[in-house]
Ligand binder design. Structure first.
Ligand code: AMP
Ligand code: GLY
Length: 429
């Protein structure tokens, strides 16, 4: 069968690589893909890029090529309603409808949904009036968290450690309109303490299949300092998610979410990513929902998945996820993101990357490289985005996995490359 995968990041390279291994798959088309999915040898492995972005063009392609299943990587096409467009034309697609994708595309939707269905999350209120927002901040004090309601490409959340920062965030979003429509409403919520983890599941409207747990490093610099980014590294599994916490998250967050969406008449299908805050007492609260897999969490998760991903995704589209079990590599996978100079602001682009290994997986199976912001130009791999590569080490210990990843990074070179040296530090504690 043929698969169509939408997206161009590291997440999509990892998903395409994994899907192409399925014995039932003849070809994985990636739209638009990146340098990693464009490499000539991938054509032999069954991966090919297609330069389409428009939703109807993609649906036409799926019809013409008799695509059996389309899988959506990023949130933007989901929020634009790609799933509705495909379904209305009788095409099989894995992802949430536009209405269901509001769990990610509107923080206010997600918060009021959680409140209505008693799903644990930080206490909050929503404002579109700046004066009222400022008053609420004075009433609640700092630290406090200000979130733009809409999608803001990672720039919409301000964790204000003092009142000045909190008021400035309200001014930036509500008064100065710096985030446009996305910031025309803000959610102001209680600051939560604890350790974060990413909990990602497949949902078929009714049943849930959990993927391996993971943890991400959102800050740019070592020691979790510097600005927030899309994620500078991730590892799987996340030791903070003990078997007890795992069961609790399914019981208190994931299942009530899937049941609540069904009750509200917006059944949820697709990947569901709950960003968790786990308090030392064992209490777990939902920080956010994403309607997609995480990036870079997907890379270490796919590195560990032993089962056939395409089989699981097809079962999900058919509403039969209860019949699927997934098998995981017992090793720890740790991925370090290499970003370009100036990321996350205006990344420097167009530099040739030297020293890339010739295949995704090393001969001993202990190292992998997934591309993100890269392009194949005249046979050379060139940087084309903020996050460029994700280099993964696999080992029985976290330290071993770290060592493997950083060993491989030493061979890779491009102008202005930057990466964190401490990915995994929380799990080592
Ligand atoms: P979000 O996009 O909602 O996940 O927020 C981005 C990041 O901001 C999260 O990964 C957390 O590190 C932080 N954050 C969000 N909400 C809170 C909260 N209520 N308390 C503390 N930190 C938060
Ligand atoms: N790495 C965080 C995210 O994908 O949202």
């Amino acid at each position: 069968m043929k698969i169509l995968l939408i997206g161009s990041g590291g997440r999509e390279h990892a998903l395409a690589w994994k899907m192409a291994q399925s014995p039932s798959v003849q070809k994985v088309y990636v739209a638009p893909g990146n340098g990693g999915t464009a490499l000539a040898k991938n054509k032999i492995d069954g991966i090919e890029n297609i330069a389409l972005r428009d939703l109807q063009d993609l649906a036409d392609f799926a019809k013409r090529e008799k695509i059996h299943l389309t899988v959506v990587g990023p949130e933007a096409p989901l929020a634009q309603g790609i799933v509705d467009v495909f379904r209305n034309q009788g095409l099989r697609i894995f992802g949430p409808s536009q209405l269901a994708a509001q769990l990610e595309s509107s923080k206010d939707f997600a918060k009021s949904f959680m409140k209505r269905h008693q799903i644990p999350t930080a206490e909050y209120r929503t404002f579109s009036n700046a004066l009222e927002a400022h008053e609420y901040i004075e009433l609640k004090g700092a630290p406090i968290v200000i979130k733009a309601d809409g999608l803001a490409a990672g720039k919409g959340v301000v964790v204000a450690m003092n009142l000045t920062e909190a008021h400035a965030a309200v001014e930036m979003m509500l008064s100065d309109n710096q985030l446009g429509d996305a910031g025309a409403r803000v959610v102001i919520e209680e600051f939560l303490e604890g350790e974060e983890a990413s909990f990602i599941v497949l949902v078929d409207g009714k049943h849930v299949l959990a993927l391996a747990t993971s943890q991400d490093h959102k800050r740019l610099l070592d020691g979790d300092l510097g600005p927030n980014t899309g994620g500078m590294g991730a590892y799987s599994p996340a030791p903070v998610v003990s078997p007890e916490i795992h069961a609790k998250v399914l019981r208190e967050i994931i299942m009530p979410t899937v049941q609540g969406m069904a009750t509200d008449g917006i059944p949820y299908t697709g990947f569901l990513y709950a960003g968790l805050m786990i308090h030392p007492s064992g209490q777990v609260k939902t920080l956010e929902f994403n309607c997609r897999m995480g990036d870079p969490e997907t890379q270490p998760i796919m590195a560990r998945l032993k089962s056939d991903l395409v089989f699981a995704l097809n079962q999900a589209v058919d509403g039969k996820l209860n019949e699927v079990e997934l098998e995981w590599d017992r090793r720890i996978a740790l991925g370090v993101v290499i970003a370009s100079a100036n990321y996350p602001n205006t990344p420097k682009l167009g530099d040739i990357i030297h020293g890339l290994p010739s295949s995704v997986v090393s001969d001993d199976g202990e190292q992998m490289v997934f591309h993100a912001g890269t392009q194949l130009i005249d046979g050379k791999i060139v940087t084309s985005g903020g996050r460029v590569l994700c280099v993964i080490g696999l080992s029985g210990t976290l330290r071993g996995a770290q060592q493997k990843a950083y060993d491989l990074i030493q061979q890779i070179q491009f102008n202005g490359m930057q990466y964190r040296n401490d990915i995994g530090h929380r799990a080592l504690k």
